[in-house]
Design a protein around this ligand. Structure first.
Ligand SMILES: NC(=O)C1=CN([C@@H]2O[C@H](COP(=O)(O)OP(=O)(O)OC[C@H]3O[C@@H](n4cnc5c(N)ncnc54)[C@H](OP(=O)(O)O)[C@@H]3O)[C@@H](O)[C@H]2O)C=CC1
Ligand SMILES: N[C@@H](CC=O)C(=O)O
Length: 460
């Protein structure tokens, strides 16, 4: 049978199949790459409209954008693709089998994705914010749509986490008989690019602009630098790894806006670098990894020889620790036009050839009993102060009052008594303890600001 408007999947090997018709929403950094790959490399732009191959050729027949007159930095073939601004002409077009959503945002894009699924169309999206906020609802919606459409509605979201790295596919496919204990990753290309440049002395504003020019950053870059983008991504990875939808608002989230050149200098003196890391890890109660799940986002001090330290530029890296496999890592480009488009197109082809996962989050039950985001770690604390007598003693007393045990104190000789800093590292303690300690120190007369803290790898 040729693919119906609703299916586009499971073509019969013996029959002629018509192309898989795609409506794409958005034609910016990612959309441009998807269009070029589908139309130029996969044959979507060629003249034959049917093929005897078992997999239908994908073709982008419509693109929906905000402004149809805007110049594009890729060529759109008007003979094959119509540019529209009315979303209903995509989601209500019975000829369109699959919708690729690369517009971003959680309002317009959500309505478009939901309407497409309800209408029996498969969806491929890069929109982590939308997925992370609506995981359980999306699963239910897909279940209903598949009940009404004989199982033909698929949902691909490989591009939503770590751009070009096929980590979602790995988590969907390669851990069926395993138990995951920890997922820890650099999942944001913009901030990894920025931190790498800041380490060598570049200014924050300059490197943010560069990351925007390179197409890595979100439309609102505060999603990158404040950590919200990683928060959405680690929520998705936690759902895949542990089967639980952790509400994004409950995930402690710290971005890179407080990280400064002086932190890199201290980190270097400890043989470390600084990376923005999303973590989902089981605590240890009676044995290793047998307790509650903690999910959080924070800049971390990472030893130079740790696998996460090797991600440079817009590179991302995810380390997954599991019972059978042990420590496995997945690394590669985490943002940018072609890496991200590659993940979208891989999903499109999985829909076309019938191998896209029927269930986007295969773990149907949570593997953890409890979520406790008051995570445990060793911490780095940088205290900026005006010099005076008894400062180290006061810091020690305040740490004791919060049950925080100090592991080391690092301080360069003071050159400016009005603006000095000292670093304390702690033994393993809770986030809440270190926050309370920093607040108390920040209230002292000698403190120039509330101290900056970051968890450290290893956790001692
Ligand atoms: N850039 C990257 O490296 C990565 C991005 N992503 C995700 O991919 C998605 C797209 O990102 P990116 O390509 O960078 O974004 P861009 O800002 O470059 O492009 C967004 C596109 O969506 C269109 N659009 C936005 N709002 C509407 C609307 N209301 N109606 C119609 N069209 C609309 C815009 O139209 P117009 O051009 O007319 O303004 C534009 O073409 C986001 O969800 C992002 O988080 C995921 C991984 C990596
Ligand atoms: N802004 C994001 C884009 C990819 O998800 C990033 O920088 O990683």
């Amino acid at each position: 049978m040729p693919p119906t408007a609703n299916a586009g999947t499971m073509p019969s090997p013996t029959h002629l199949v018509r192309p898989l018709r795609i409506g794409m929403i958005g034609a910016g950094t990612v959309g441009g790459g998807v269009y070029e790959i589908v139309m130029n490399r996969l044959g979507g732009g060629s003249s034959s409209s049917t093929t005897t191959r078992t997999t239908p050729t994908p073709i982008i027949t419509k693109i929906c954008v905000r402004d149809a007159s805007k110049p594009r930095n890729f060529h759109v073939d008007p003979a094959r693709t119509k540019i529209v601004t009315d979303i209903s002409s995509v989601i209500n077009d019975p000829e369109i089998d699959l919708v690729v959503e690369v517009a971003g945002g959680v309002t317009f894009a959500k309505d478009a994705v939901y309407a497409s699924i309800r209408g029996g169309k498969s969806v491929v999206t890069a929109n982590k914010a939308l997925i992370a906020e609506n995981m359980d609802e999306l699963i239910a919606l897909l279940g209903e749509a598949n009940a009404n459409n004989r199982g033909g509605v698929r949902f691909g979201y490989e591009a939503s986490v770590c751009g070009g790295i096929p980590v979602i596919h790995a988590l969907q496919s390669c851990y069926a008989g395993d138990v995951i204990n920890e997922v820890m990753g650099i999942c944001n290309g913009t901030t990894n690019y920025m931190l790498g440049k800041m380490e060598t002395g570049a200014e924050y504003d300059d490197v943010l602009r560069e990351a925007q020019d390179l197409g890595f950053a979100e439309a609102d870059p505060s999603a990158d630098v404040e950590g919200y983008d990683v928060r959405a991504k680690i929520a998705i990875l936690a759902k895949l790894a542990f089967g639980v939808a952790v509400p994004v608002d409950s995930i402690p989230c710290m971005g890179i806006t407080n990280v400064s050149v002086v932190d890199f200098a201290y980190a270097k003196s400890m043989g470390c670098t600084i990376k923005l890391v999303g973590t989902a890890v089981r605590k240890s109660r009676f044995g290793e990894y047998d307790g509650a799940l903690s999910v959080y986002v924070s800049p971390k001090l990472v030893p130079d020889d740790h696998l996460l330290a090797s991600a440079t530029g817009c590179g991302n890296a995810v380390a997954i620790n599991s019972a059978n496999l042990g420590l496995a890592s997945y690394a590669g480009p985490g943002a940018g036009r072609y890496p991200t488009a590659n993940s979208i197109v891989s999903d499109v082809m999985r829909v076309a050839n019938g191998t896209c996962h029927a269930v986007p989050f295969p773990l149907s039950r949570s593997s953890v009993d409890e979520i406790d985001n008051d995570y445990d770690s060793a911490f780095y604390i940088r205290i900026s102060f005006q010099d005076g007598l008894g400062i180290v003693r006061t810091i020690g007393e305040l740490a004791e009052s919060q049950g925080v045990s100090i592991h080391s104190i690092l301080q360069q000789p003071i050159t400016d008594r009005m603006a000095a800093d000292t670093v304390v590292t702690t033994e393993s303690c809770k986030l809440s303890q270190v926050k309370a300690l920093c607040e108390l120190i920040g209230r002292e007369e000698f403190a120039l600001s509330t101290p900056v803290f970051m968890p450290m790898i290893p956790e001692y």
